[in-house]
Design a protein around this ligand. Structure first.
Ligand SMILES: NC(=O)c1ccc[n+]([C@@H]2O[C@H](COP(=O)([O-])OP(=O)(O)OC[C@H]3O[C@@H](n4cnc5c(N)ncnc54)[C@H](O)[C@@H]3O)[C@@H](O)[C@H]2O)c1
Ligand SMILES: [Zn+2]
Length: 349
């Protein structure tokens, strides 16, 4: 078992432990006066793990109900959250009760958003079951839903009371989603940990998931503690994401998964910055090799011009310039604000 403490406004622990699903009740009980707990989960994850979490919560004295929605990003929208509010109301959820998000990033983002807003905010717990959710989305308190005009555009900051990570759940995660999560894992290595990156090069990620999870959440913890509300340093977590979001958008969110788009975006931005002397020579090649090793793309089918045009609409841009995350070398990154014209110049050089 490992424990990572996050010292945000409301501090909390991240517990990484095989079989922790069966200890959910005993670990959550001391944190809350809740009488009722609502498990929120999707239709893939609920049948696999819902009963174990329910039994554990019931053994610790919670009255448990379960809200299950159709799996997939398409569900991460206000109309499903509204159904959740109705469900909470029908099950007499009060200000002191608790929401338990059991699933991938879609479940965590949406259940977190419902918890952040229902009755002006009730407690919630993250039990992430996808690699992406275990290394990234369950930590840091960003909750959101997608809007017809863009992803994650409506949301709230609300930290969970605890994050319970059971690496055993990855045994049932379909391979393509595991690969998707690795896109973010490589990102963590690039921005902050040469050691993690080297292990991804030398070993097989699937054999070292416990260490990967621990390393990634520790990095995310460090960044989030310094910048809980995303006004500065937290931007480094967007390495590969500015171009990645553009690639996702150009593919109408179905051509490339998020992890694939981030992989292609990180390779592309690193090639550009290396070519312009901003990144140590050989970095792009090394990054590409790791991405290819794990079946992730290093290019997209869109032209540089198409991607440059699509980055202009990125919500992470402030005013006229776009905040790019560039690598100095593997494990070290920096932020560089560029106008669309400056970016185009780097691209064309
Ligand atoms: N809040 C944040 O900071 C943050 C950060 C990164 C990404 N995100 C969000 O995370 C979402 C993507 O997360 P995701 O990739 O986990 O998507 P997801 O929740 O849709 O999960 C991917 C798929 O895996 C299935 N699944 C999950 N765990 C499983 C398991 N153990 N066994 C079998 N199947 C399982 C799900 O049912 C789904 O079909 C996006 O909406 C993204 O915006 C949020
Ligand atoms: Zn991401």
């Amino acid at each position: 078992m490992s424990v990572v403490e996050v010292k945000t406004g409301v501090p909390y622990k991240i517990i990484i432990e095989h079989g922790v699903l069966d200890r959910a009740g005993e670990l959550i009980r001391p944190l809350t006066k809740a009488i009722r707990a609502v498990i929120v989960s999707d239709a893939n994850v609920a049948p696999l793990y819902g009963d174990r979490v329910r039994n554990s919560l019931e053994e610790s004295g919670f009255e448990v109900s379960e809200f299950v929605f159709e799996a997939g990003e398409a569900s991460k929208k206000l109309s499903v959250v509204e159904k959740m509010y109705h469900f909470f109301f029908e099950h007499d959820i009060t200000r002191t009760d608790i929401v338990v998000a059991l699933g991938g990033g879609v479940t965590g983002d949406m259940a977190g958003f419902a918890a952040a807003t229902y009755l002006r905010g009730i407690d919630f717990v993250q039990i992430p079951t996808s690699l992406l959710a275990q290394v990234d989305s369950s930590v840091g308190g960003k909750t959101a839903v997608d809007m017809p005009f863009g992803k994650n555009l409506v949301g709230a900051f609300r930290q969970p009371r605890i994050v319970l990570i059971d690496p055993d759940t990855l045994n049932t995660l379909p391979e393509k989603f595991f690969r998707d999560g690795l896109g973010e894992v490589v990102k963590y290595g690039c921005i902050r940990s040469l050691a993690l990156f080297e292990r991804l090069e030398k070993e097989n990620a699937a054999d070292i998931t416990d260490d990967i999870i621990y390393e990634c959440v520790s990095i995310k913890r460090d960044v989030v503690e310094k910048d809980e509300f995303d006004t500065g340093e937290r931007a480094i977590l967007n390495f590969g994401h500015t171009l990645g979001h553009a690639i996702e958008k150009l593919g109408n969110y179905s051509g490339y998964t998020h992890g694939e788009a981030v992989a292609a975006g990180s390779a592309m931005i690193t090639r550009i910055s290396e070519k312009n002397g901003l990144t140590e020579k050989g970095t792009a090649e090394r990054l590409e090799a790791v991405l290819l090793k794990y079946g992730l793309p290093v290019n997209s089918r869109f032209s540089d011009d198409e991607i440059a045009a699509a980055t202009k609409g990125d919500k992470k841009s402030s005013g006229k310039s776009i905040n790019f995350v560039l690598l100095k070398s593997i494990g070290e990154c920096f932020l560089k604000k560029l106008t669309a014209e400056e970016f185009k110049e780097l691209l064309d050089k």
